[in-house]
Write a protein that binds this ligand. Structure first.
Ligand code: BTN
Length: 323
């Protein structure tokens, strides 16, 4: 029995004894125990329920291509370049980058777990299996990087649209594109561009969405984080449904961005801007700048009202904190 098969068996949340698992898999109880430990090492919170055996603290669903496809509107399903679900991969975004010109537009790669998940500014994105969503999407643009200002902010709006489609409100955007809820990070977005400034280029959009967090993950994260379970009183949406909502919103939203640019997203961004009116400290290699968040401009630059006047911040290489 492989780790993903064992997780699939435990996904219902029911307790299963080691001997029953061993009998079903045709392996020894010791081999089952080894697999349980391997899943725990990857961050899956499998509990030992005494004689009842092993169980997850809550039910989950394994990601399944067919379940996701079935939940997509036909127009979206038709546009998809590929829809791959891996058990384990280094990083879904690295995988799409390796495909290079071999991948079609709107190719989607997802994984149950990432061994080298990447966050912004060189950080790691912890990716235990069976709980959250790790998804990347490839989109090409003819007009080059020059036409893509605001893209990473637009993706924040696209994630919020997906949450709204799932009936989940209350999330907001922290410039440039962190999705926050309950003062913790609910989703992270990494947009990586390759190609030419004024010619064909490609964007790999990576999204990590927290569906269920464990205490261990909260401790390791190094910042406040939040999950869909918290926003839904412990009843997060089925992970395949959540993945389908993200895919739908990405396909529709990226097509809209290609057609209309960031202008199509500015108002929605402003509606969910968590930094407007908030005292901020913007830190960069050249020092700190204090001011009050004053929205974003038409290109997506953060507007900071400082003592010296309004200042536009458009480098992603800054840290924005509440002052
Ligand atoms: C951030 O630091 O806020 C961005 C996190 C982005 C994480 C996602 S998970 C799917 C995709 N694959 C990665 O390696 N990173 C992105």
């Amino acid at each position: 029995m492989q780790p993903h098969q064992l997780l699939a068996v435990l996904a219902s949340g029911e307790a299963l004894s080691g001997s029953r698992l061993a009998a079903e898999a045709g392996i020894t109880r010791a081999a089952i125990w080894k697999q349980i430990e391997a899943l725990r090492q990857r961050g899956v919170p499998i509990e030992s329920a005494g004689a009842a055996g092993y169980r997850l603290p809550w039910p989950t669903q394994m990601l399944e291509e067919q379940a996701i496809r079935t939940a997509l509107p036909q127009a979206v399903a038709r546009r998809l370049g590929a829809l791959e679900i891996h058990w384990e991969i280094d990083s879904t975004s690295s995988e799409l980058q390796r495909r290079g010109s071999g991948a079609f537009d709107f190719s989607i790669v997802m994984a149950e777990t990432q061994t080298a998940g990447r966050g912004r500014r060189g950080r790691r994105w912890l990716s235990p299996p069976g709980m959250n969503i790790y998804l990347s999407c490839l989109k090409r643009f003819e007009a080059g990087f020059a036409s893509l200002s605001g893209l990473s902010l637009a993706i924040g709006v696209i994630v919020l649209r997906a949450l709204h489609a799932l009936g989940i409100d209350g999330a907001r955007l922290k410039w440039p594109n962190d999705v926050l809820a309950d003062s913790g990070k609910l989703a992270g977005i990494l947009v990586e561009l390759s190609g030419e400034y004024q010619g064909p280029c490609a964007a790999v959009v990576g999204i990590g969405l927290n569906v269920r967090l464990t205490d261990a993950l909260r401790e390791q994260a190094g910042q406040p984080i939040c999950d869909l379970a918290t926003l839904t009183q412990g009843m997060p949406p089925d992970r395949n449904r959540a993945a389908a909502a993200l895919v739908t919103s990405l396909v529709e939203g990226l097509a809209q961005f290609e057609r209309d640019g960031f202008a199509a997203f500015v108002e929605e961004y402003a509606q969910y801007d968590a930094l407007r009116g908030v005292p901020l400290r913007v830190s960069s290699a050249s020092g700190d700048l204090d001011g009050v968040g004053a929205g974003i401009d038409a290109r997506g630059a953060l507007q900071l009202q400082t003592a010296a006047g309004l200042c536009g911040i458009d480098s992603a290489d800054v840290t924005v904190r509440r002052a």
